[in-house]
Design a binder for this molecule. Structure first.
Ligand code: AAT
Length: 290
């Protein structure tokens, strides 16, 4: 590993956080892929510290070092809360990390991943093999369409819906942050249906975090925000919203089910599940007002 700041001999990646005057940077060891799709600029590069990094329009989506923090927390919370998830819809998530986690649950017979940008999926399969490892599994169906339109084709169909979307301000992500979209997700879920959506961070994108939560609340009777560490996303503290037609994320949670899970999990466990729903006082107060 090379220490020290020698800017002229290297390529550097800078992600600017909202409102644009601070952020994160990394030294690029090798560019693996750069392209402009119809929707966004896609970059995948090798770094010494974070492993391979996938970025869209200069915003970090996945790094090999911490992809499990985000994907495990987004996926296993709604998956473990459903009594028997068989059919799952992932919206966005083109790198494949969410699908990989969904398929750790043996009850799953089918996962549809609706990603708007086929070029993201093709690039992930080629350059992010650890994250995209399950995209060719026979239980997976890939659909290339705007998820906010696709979900409207279904009523009472999916046991779990996972929204692994870009920020509302980036690419086509905004469609996945509307009340109409969340209502369509509600309709597409079965009676015991559970739902989770990435919901930004309090520090830099608090307006969107509150917006996502309050809009999901307009569509679902049970809506709870939860948090996890996510080192390479803005502020390192990431928010997600769990929602359901009736299942409560704490009262209906079975610790035994998690303890007896046979697949390897690196972040999520039964204690983390409960702890993730414990919110700091300032955040609790803010959400009570919404
Ligand atoms: N799991 C990786 C993390 C992501 S990727 C989000 C994906 O959502 C992208 O591949 C993008 O192309 C896709 N996407 C964006 N809009 C839509 C849409 N309307 N329909 C379907 N897919 C869409 C998310 C990282 C979170 C950001 C952290 N700051």
């Amino acid at each position: 590993m090379e220490y020290g700041f020698v800017p002229n001999r290297h390529l550097w990646y800078f992600e600017y956080y909202t409102p644009g005057n601070c952020g994160i940077f990394m030294k690029i060891d090798k560019m693996l892929y750069s392209a402009k799709s119809k929707y966004q600029r896609i970059d995948i590069f090798e770094t010494d510290f974070y492993g391979r990094v996938f970025s869209l329009d200069g915003i970090t989506m996945t790094t090999e070092k911490d992809d499990f923090f985000y994907h495990e927390m987004l996926v296993h919370v709604p998956m473990f809360l459903h009594p028997n998830p068989r059919k799952v819809l992932v919206i966005g998530g083109g790198d494949g990390g969410s699908v990989r986690e969904v398929l750790k649950h043996k009850s799953v017979e089918k996962v549809i991943m609706c990603e708007i940008d086929e070029m993201v999926v093709e690039a992930a399969k080629k350059y992010l093999p650890l994250t995209a490892s399950k995209l060719d599994d026979p239980r997976v169906e890939l659909v290339y369409e705007d998820g906010s339109k696709f979900v409207r084709n279904f009523k009472n169909e999916f046991d779990v819906i996972i929204v692994d979307s870009t920020d509302p301000t980036a690419g086509e992500g905004g469609h996945l942050f509307t009340v109409d979209f969340y209502k369509a997700c509600f309709d597409a879920l079965t009676e015991n249906g559970t739902f989770a959506a990435e919901s930004e961070d309090w520090m830099y994108d608090g307006t969107w975090m509150r917006m996502a939560y309050s809009r999901i609340k307009q569509a679902f009777p049970v809506t709870k925000l939860y948090l996890s560490f996510m080192p390479t996303y803005p502020s390192g503290m990431w928010a997600y919203t769990f929602a359901s037609k009736g299942i409560d994320p704490l009262k209906d949670f079975s610790e035994e089910k998690v303890k007896s899970f046979e697949e390897e999990l690196k972040y999520y466990n039964e204690e983390i599940h409960r702890a993730a729903f414990a919110l700091p006082t300032f955040l609790k107060k803010e959400l009570e007002q919404l």
